[in-house]
Design a binder for this molecule. Structure first.
Ligand SMILES: Cc1cc2nc3c(=O)[nH]c(=O)nc-3n(C[C@H](O)[C@H](O)[C@H](O)COP(=O)(O)OP(=O)(O)OC[C@H]3O[C@@H](n4cnc5c(N)ncnc54)[C@H](O)[C@@H]3O)c2cc1C
Length: 384
């Protein structure tokens, strides 16, 4: 899809891009497209980044979140390598700190089974070392003495997602990007015959663009199904707790099976996150919150001293094969997909933005997009 030189748009020689969804993925795509000369409009059904992107804990968990080697792990690592420069630039343009922290993650084992699984990862994981219980406790003395050791993942950094979203929004405003909040996309507008996507029908009327980028998170299938692309995607609810302590408990993020605790620069800790497929339901459940807290206290007994701050839930954009949908689909020229980052959308924002820009300009992508092609939906259906 090479549309860089298209002259037909109302904006003169600059091609226009309409980005549906103003979470980190849509905003990162808009930012890169804006830098490449596109005149962008970001459309959101609510305020920008009020869904999964600001429910997130902010871990850049390329090592901790991946369970096998392969293209997805390489995509996570590529994004991690880009992160510091990307956020430095965003901070400079926006004047907003994303609260980047470099202390890394300790992935602790509390059971023999978990220890075995984690030790197995050492065969392929790139930036990890196994630490025994004493070494773990030397790094983080507040950890439970019951830990059996774990992985030290120094490259898995973190940011504050709410600040990241604010920085992205300010950077887009600075670029002259139009932000259309509280304007739901109702359906994609396609040209008869070619199926080319020409824009979108919104609650305020039609909007047209040379390029439409679909980054509507867990809501994406509602827009692709009517044009013949049934995406096997679903919302996966994650509930979190924020607490605060008088004295610092940990410097690194600590993570065990079913629970992580992420220390933030304001002295708070995010305890996350449950995982449940229950449709578009963000209600909080006392039992889930209690279980999460109990797991956090098992890993970090001094959690008992913590002051409760708040709880919340967000809907991760899950996919059946656990891979994002990224790139063009032959059935709908003029459309690019950027969705399905599931548990890793904060981490994957910079690489996704870059890949969207490269696809829009017809450039060689920095990673092979074949595993993420939307058309795999039909291949999978054919092999059943
Ligand atoms: C509890 C929790 C913890 C997490 N922790 C981490 C973490 O530590 N690290 C990490 O990398 N990732 C984490 N994630 C995952 C990460 O948050 C997501 O992968 C990421 O936010 C997805 O971004 P997105 O922009 O695709 O989706 P969203 O942020 O959900 O944005 C989609 C946007 O599209 C808009 N939209 C939807 N439909 C329409 C429509 N019809 N018209 C207009 N707009 C529409 C929505 O309003 C929304 O703003 C976590 C997620 C959760 C829930």
């Amino acid at each position: 899809m090479t549309i860089q030189n298209k002259q037909t748009s109302a904006a003169g020689t600059h091609p226009t891009a309409l980005i549906i969804g103003g979470g980190v993925i849509g905003c990162a795509a808009a930012y890169e497209l804006g830098k490449a000369g596109f005149r962008c409009t970001v459309l959101d059904k609510g305020g920008l980044a009020e869904e999964a992107s600001t429910a997130a804990a902010g871990m850049l968990g390329a090592q901790v979140e991946t369970h096998q080697p392969g293209p997805f792990y390489e995509m996570c690592r590529a994004s991690l390598r880009m992160y510091r420069d990307w956020t430095d630039e965003l901070e400079q343009v926006s004047g907003i700190s994303v609260q980047y922290r470099t202390e890394g993650i300790l992935r602790a084992a509390l059971t023999a089974e978990d220890e075995q699984e984690l030790r197995g990862r050492l065969a392929w994981i790139q930036e990890a070392a196994w630490l025994g219980p004493d070494e773990m406790l030397r790094l983080e003395p507040a950890l439970s003495p019951a830990i059996r050791g774990g992985l030290h993942l120094p490259a898995d950094h973190q940011v504050q997602p709410v600040s990241l979203a604010a920085a992205l929004k300010a950077a887009l405003v600075n670029q002259g990007c139009l932000l259309r909040e509280w304007t739901p996309a109702i359906r994609l507008l396609t040209e008869p015959g070619t199926g080319r996507v020409a824009g979108v029908q919104t609650s305020e009327g039609p909007l047209y663009a040379d390029l439409t980028v679909l980054a509507a998170g867990a809501w994406t299938p509602g827009l692709t199904e009517p044009i013949g692309l049934p995406l096997p995607m679903f919302p996966v609810k994650g509930q979190c707790i924020a607490v605060r302590t008088d004295a610092p408990l940990i410097r690194s993020t600590v993570f065990t099976k079913g629970c992580y605790i992420v220390p933030k620069l304001d002295g708070s800790y995010i305890i996350g996150a449950s995982q449940l497929e229950a449709g578009f339901d963000k209600r909080l459940h006392t039992q889930t919150i209690a279980e999460l807290y109990a797991k956090a206290a098992e890993l970090l007994p001094r959690m008992a001293e913590a002051e409760f701050v708040r709880t919340w839930a967000g809907l991760r954009p899950g996919t059946r094969d656990a891979l994002p949908f990224l790139g063009a689909w032959d059935g709908a020229p003029g459309l690019l997909l950027a969705t399905g980052q599931f548990r890793n959308g904060i981490l994957l924002a910079p690489v996704t933005g870059r890949l969207v820009k490269q696809a829009a300009l017809g450039e060689q992508p920095l990673l092979d997009l074949t595993p993420y092609a939307p058309s795999r939906v039909f291949r999978a259906a054919a092999t059943i």
